[in-house]
Design a protein around this ligand. Sequence first.
Ligand SMILES: [Zn+2]
Length: 621
Amino acid sequence: MHAPCLRLSLLLTACLMTMASDLAGQAATPEPIRYTVRFAAPQTHYVDVEATYPTDSRPDIELMMAVWTPGSYLVREYSRHVEDLTARAPTGTLAVEKTRKNRWRVATDGAASITVHYRVYAREMSVRTNWVEAGFALLNGAPTFITLVETDVRRPHDVALSLPAGWRTTMTGLASAPDGAPHHYVAPDFDTLVDSPIVAGNPAVYEFEVGGKQHFLVNDGEGGVWDGPRSARDVEQIVRATERLWGMLPYEKYVFLNLLTEAGGGLEHKNSTTLMASRWATRTRERYRSWLGLVSHELFHTWNIKRLRPRELGPFDYENEVHTTGLWMGEGFTSYYGDLLVCRAGLTTDDEYLRDLSAAIKGLQTTPGRAVQPVSSASYDAWIKYYRRDENTDNTTISYYTKGAIVAFLLDAKIRQATNGRQSLDDAMRLAYERFSGSRGYTQAELRRTFTEVAGVDLASWLRDALDTTKELDYSAALEWYGLRFKPTDPNRQPKAWIGADTSVDGGRLLVAEVPRGTPAHDGGLNVDDEIMAIDEFRVRPERAQLDRRLESYQPGDKVSVLVARRDALMHLNLTLGEEPAPDRWTLEVDPDATDAERANLRAWLNGSEPDARTAGRGAL
Ligand SMILES: [Zn+2]
């Protein structure tokens, strides 16, 4: 072979490659699915959807509705809310056959495209489901949009909303359609559509710019009660603090959909979030701080889990559970930074932050399930444990939010200590983002190696103990680094008798709600749903406070007979009262003997660090 031939063959190859990429380019932008969304009678909680699907000349097409919403790990069977599904082509009505609980096969009669109508009942007030009423609508992608069953096709999904008279606004993270028509949006693929909830109605919209990017706070239901301008100012401060940590904002616009519906919760998306809160929350500091923490948590997810994610969490299988052992990072580390960044934004005091952290530590250390399930397997079981809570949950598992956040706190301190304050978990998060964000995701081993690399000491066995075993966490080194301590027990505190069961009052009955393992109630055979009627043959009236007062008349170690009604049968249970744990046992405070260096460490942690040359320009693993 001689050179000219070689050049020719190279040219041919290049030419073929160009053609191939052109073909791939064509394949990458297939015909969109077009949805028209109407609210014919929103007061009945229905949304009407008309969807036009290209058939690619197939004799029939298979359609699918997702069974779960990414970020919320429970199969929710959204197709149960679908009704009146019909299909037609220019030739007339088409045959529709249900092929699975969430799938439909539609004959095409040879048409190039077919149109399907269906209605969706929308009355579940949560951040992952739908709600439609006379005044507004929240539509999530998974429970609303039936899509084509196809693999490896990145098909645009086009959504036009037709609003009822009197509704003026739609807000979503979706991009506006090229025609610029109001309420007309386009998603480059189904994943983006599912990841972009839509709010329609007449919400108050506040706009601000950070880092050259537009941000919108969309408050629906302010009702003259919620302080909109203040909330917008504070959200802006949280965005600024979060941008300082990461060094950039990875989106073109970001939309906070804040529904003041007296519900709770938040759900993360790539460039938006849905939040639910009480409209009264701006009126009291604790509730407002809790909302700010929610805002911060969901915004942090924009990086951690939406872009920097375990490999398993994308692309999603919308019809089956997707398991990961990594939610201690995805949710736990997000919880840690959610609160910390509200503090760094100057919206909570250091004392308030330490109080929140103390509450999380107490939550972990008083949950018996921490001795049963490691946090990595609690993450794997999210679908069957965290999202299916029952009276025994605290005995059998641990929240990956809570333990993950505490592991983040300890790991942060560990990295700071190992590098004498030169590096922190902030640096490790930035490095992990630089390496693993994007389409591939990280493996658990890659992530853990990154922590070790930033710390400069081998953290493998510490991480294994903290994440993959039920060994108790050791707080001493972290507290020492920051000059903190757990509040000493008050030497004058009188020991209080204790049974250890959680109770509730229902219909005039004092009922046992939970029986934590290792408590006198557990050892003495008290059961969930037992009605506590008397102690030592004296009536205990159905008030929680009365039970506490009665127990004050006893000493730890006393033996008592508890009269309970269990499924209407009366019985006596013999209990040995324990001693109530000191309520301040896990309360952090600054050690009065803390050195100046330790106090400086505390300041460096609570003030945060910005990205610098130390982490810039590292090579990829
Ligand atoms: Zn979260």
